[in-house]
Design a protein around this ligand. Structure first.
Ligand code: NAD
Ligand code: UGA
Length: 468
């Protein structure tokens, strides 16, 4: 019979491990969930008495408030967490490799391997080990080899793949009612039984027909495929936005018209300054690397183009700003609204805003940044990384951080909207206009403002995907 899971350990208390396992704890009061991480500061933040959690995610504090101390625990004692659990999620980071074979493309599996080796080293009873991190196809095979080569007599390990599909900013609603939960296992009796054990955990709140069970390799590949297809939609609509700008067509109208076709569907067709976030680019490059290692160069080139189109979109937008401001922004003052990679998150990984600001700084403009969630220290860190040859004190001569959108726009020559924060929809543009240098320019990289209304006030407005 399948093992009835009563103790779960999650290795990795990040954007995925934290919210995912907090929701499992909330929905399964009979299961003890311990989330472990090596990063003491992160664990302390998860445990902070005033719920100053390490990540901002709408609804997350409520979930943690209900479950923490009841059946949800955060700890740096990785070994104890492993020993006590009957099911272990591996939810560590899998960034793009920076050096060595596959640098710039392949996933760095060092963290997954270290976590796996730790499980093998300290486990004294049988475990179901679940790959939660996004990994290349067939990683479960390597995990199994490591575990089996190091296991103690009498302990067996079953490996499952259970990729996560939540999006940041909507993580809690995504976890409460997922489109689907995907579980991959070996198609052996033991594999299927482990699959059933994990499926039973999700069945506490997810309808059975949304829990999909497939083979291990299909599960691993489906995660990369889903992200690649989603990102491909954005690059497709962004490629069309360039045609719109050149022809006078309107990308909103085009997206609306094609989205009405039920085979295409209306979601995820919003033209933008480019997609960001920790995963799209990383996972596509991972797929490109996989294709190349399988000797499928045409397949690799096809997916690589999705990332190249995104790079083009970002640089095309910077160039539009420079061109419109009479071909030079040297010494000009620009407000950038939004630093996070999307609304409702404080996450800045691969944010398009960073590329724009880097471009503006290299043109020697002055930039004032406002974001409702991103912390100042994070902004300085990201800009230092984006401009490796400029010392931070020099960056600080060109960049100011403001505490409201109004303050950021004061006396500037141009306002650039980089993130679709709801509060930017509610800006009083008349007040902004009155305090700006003239002519006053707005560059809308997120299809957020009512361009006609702003033009009536007196602004010169440039919107992504709209010709004059
Ligand atoms: P993250 O960097 O926020 O969190 C990973 C955590 O793992 C870090 O806190 C790190 O300290 C910890 N860690 C690393 N090695 C460890 C070890 N050996 N023992 C204990 N802790 C260790 O990363 P994330 O955004 O949560 O992503 C995790 C995985 O989930 C990645 O593979 C990512 O591709 C995937 N994913 C992310 C998202 C997302 O929205 N961020 C969505 C779906 C899937
Ligand atoms: C994405 C996927 O949506 C999740 O399903 C997946 O689990 C996750 O990646 C992951 O594997 O990490 P996320 O990156 O958090 O989630 O956020 P998205 O909502 O997908 O947005 C990604 C980027 O695309 C953002 O910069 C967003 O602004 C941009 N975007 C999104 C557009 O430019 N246009 C759109 O129509 C949609």
């Amino acid at each position: 019979a399948p093992v009835k899971v009563t103790k779960i350990c999650c290795i990795g208390a990040g954007y995925v491990g934290g919210p995912t396992c907090a929701v499992i704890a909330l929905k399964c009061p009979h299961i003890t969930v311990t989330i472990v991480d090596l990063n003491q500061a992160r664990v302390d933040a998860w445990n902070s008495p005033d719920f100053a959690l390490p990540i901002y995610e709408p609804g997350l504090v409520d979930v943690v408030k209900q479950a923490r101390g009841r059946n949800l625990f955060f700890s740096t004692d990785v070994d104890k967490g492993i020993q006590e659990a009957d099911l272990i999620f591996v939810s560590v980071n899998t960034p793009t490799k920076k050096t060595g074979v596959g640098a710039g493309f392949a996933a760095d599996l060092n963290y997954v391997e270290l976590a796996t080796r730790r499980i093998a080293a300290v486990a004294t009873s049988s475990k179901i080990v679940v790959e939660k991190s996004t990994v290349p196809c067939r990683t479960a095979e390597s995990m199994r080899t490591i575990l089996e080569a190091n296991s103690k007599p009498g302990t067996r390990f079953d490996i499952l793949s259970n990729p996560e599909f939540l999006a940041e900013g909507t993580a809690i609603t995504d976890l409460f009612s997922p489109d689907r939960v995907l579980i991959g296992s070996l198609q052996t009796p033991e594999g299927k039984s482990a699959c059933q054990s994990l499926g039973d955990v999700y069945a506490n709140w997810v309808p059975k027909d949304r829990i999909l069970t497939v083979g291990l390799w299909s599960s691993e590949l489906s995660k990369l495929a889903a992200n690649a297809m989603l990102a491909q939609r954005i690059s497709s609509i962004n490629a069309l936005s360039a045609i719109c700008e050149a022809t006078g067509a309107n990308i909103d109208e085009v997206a609306h018209a094609i989205g009405f076709d039920s085979r295409i569907g209306p979601k995820f067709l919003r033209a933008s300054v480019g997609f960001g976030g920790s995963c799209f680019q990383k996972d596509i490059l991972n797929l490109v690397y996989l294709s190349e290692s399988l000797h499928l160069p045409q397949v690799a080139a096809y997916w690589r183009q999705v990332v190249e189109m995104n790079e083009y979109q970002k640089s095309r937008f910077s160039k539009t700003v420079v061109d419109t401001l009479f071909n030079t922004i040297t010494g000009k003052h620009i407000a950038v609204l939004g630093f996070a990679f999307k609304a409702d998150t404080g996450d800045t990984r691969e944010s398009a805003s960073i590329s724009l600001i880097r471009d503006f700084l290299s043109e020697r403009a002055y930039v004032t940044i406002y974001d409702p969630q991103v912390e100042e220290a994070q902004i300085w860190l990201d800009l230092s990384e984006a401009c490796p040859n400029t010392p931070l004190e020099n960056i600080k001569k060109q960049v100011t951080i403001a505490h409201s959108a109004l303050e950021a726009c004061k006396q500037k020559e141009a306002v650039v909207i980089a993130t679709e924060w709801k509060e930017f929809r509610e800006i009083n543009w008349q007040t902004v206009y009155d305090d700006m240098s003239k002519p006053a320019f707005v560059f809308d990289g997120r299809l957020l403002v009512d361009a006609d209304k702003l033009r009536k006030i007196g602004f010169k407005v440039t919107t992504i995907g709209r010709g004059e």
